[in-house]
Design a protein around this ligand. Structure first.
Ligand SMILES: [Zn+2]
Length: 341
């Protein structure tokens, strides 16, 4: 088994070499070139808009989220990147902690609407172990966010487990649930290739508003109320819809900026609720602690060691949410709050 498919490793990782992708933006329909480069330990995942005059760096962190309506968009100053979730899910699930993603457009290429193309290439490139330990966020008490009929929670669990439930008033989808104990291999086999989906009448409305211009049967499942799934070849999994929800959730969670140890249960959630859960986590440091894993003396197995935890008090929040430049905090505050409901 390749190194990249192994379960939790105590060390931070980056890529062995840089890798490029070409595609189109889902909303603009314009071509996008993207290069993912290795990055130093503790630098996290960062995007860079190479097309903007001065190199504009956007850390992939929850407090950079400016929109969650159709996809997750993050921004720093005037530089924004949207549809981050499928790529971030691939990096997160494969255990890549540090990478610099250079783009020449405001959207991550949509590829086939899933994380499959990213995962297959990243797996081949493989990851490189770095010398610094990972700090993992371990949930010690349940945290719940409820938003009408939408609910998302995270509870203590030995590992990372994700359970998603969707309910659509459409015969093809209806009620679907999926639960996965996340490992790189399971992500690859069960989640990565599940595609995004939309309903024909919604797609038409989006187009009228200048959105989803790059959307096609090549990069989304399109469901027609009468005709059913419009794509040749139909679905990749009978429950591809809920699997894609799991994918989106993983990609949004990556914006915590560190691996998570806990069980997330999401019911009818979307990007907005995923962000809200992360905000709840940040607001409740008494419900979690940071841990690292270290090699045990008898070899092979790992032993969990608590490092800077609750004792660090208010140091925890700055780690999770590095301060935005002062100029942004006031103007972005309202937008940030709005998109979380
Ligand atoms: Zn998605």
């Amino acid at each position: 088994m390749k190194n990249i498919l192994k379960k939790n490793n105590p060390f931070q990782h980056t890529l062995k070499r840089e890798v490029s992708f070409c595609g189109i933006g889902l909303h603009s329909g314009n071509p996008v070139s993207m290069t993912i480069k290795p990055a130093p330990a503790d630098s996290g995942i960062r995007f860079m808009r190479a097309d903007l005059g001065q190199a504009a760096m956007i850390p992939a962190l929850m407090n950079r989220v400016v929109d969650t309506k159709l996809a997750t968009t993050i921004a720093e100053d005037d530089a924004a990147v949207s549809t981050t979730e499928h790529l971030l899910a691939a990096l997160f699930a494969l255990g890549i902690d540090n990478a610099l993603i250079e783009l020449d457009a405001p959207e991550v290429p949509i590829m086939d609407g899933s994380a499959g193309p990213f995962v297959h290439v990243l797996k081949k490139v493989d990851r490189k172990r770095q010398k610094t330990y990972r700090k993992m966020l371990k949930i010690t008490k349940e945290i719940v966010f409820q938003d009408g009929g939408k609910r998302i929670s995270v509870a203590p669990y030995d590992g990372l487990k994700i359970t998603c439930e969707i309910d659509f008033d459409h015969e093809l989808i209806k009620h679907q649930t999926y639960s996965i104990e996340l490992t790189p291999k399971k992500f690859l086999n069960e989640i990565a290739s599940a595609r995004t989906f939309g309903f024909m009448d919604e797609v038409e409305k989006l187009r009228e508003n200048g959105l989803a211009l790059g959307g096609s049967l090549e990069n989304a499942i399109v469901v027609d109320n009468q005709l059913g799934v419009m794509n040749d070849g139909g679905l990749r999994f009978a429950d591809e819809f809920v699997r894609h929800k799991v994918l989106d959730l993983i990609g949004d969670l990556a914006l915590l900026g560190c691996p998570l140890i806990g069980h997330i249960t999401a019911s009818k959630s979307g990007h907005g609720q995923h962000l809200a859960l992360m905000q709840e986590i940040a607001a409740h440091p008494e419900c979690w602690e940071f841990v690292t894993l270290e090699n045990s003396e008898n070899g092979g197995a790992f032993e969990r060691v608590v490092t800077t935890t609750k004792a660090a008090g208010n140091m925890i929040i700055p780690f999770l949410i590095p301060p935005s430049p002062a100029t942004l905090s006031s103007s972005r505050g309202s937008f940030f709050a709005e998109s979380s409901v």
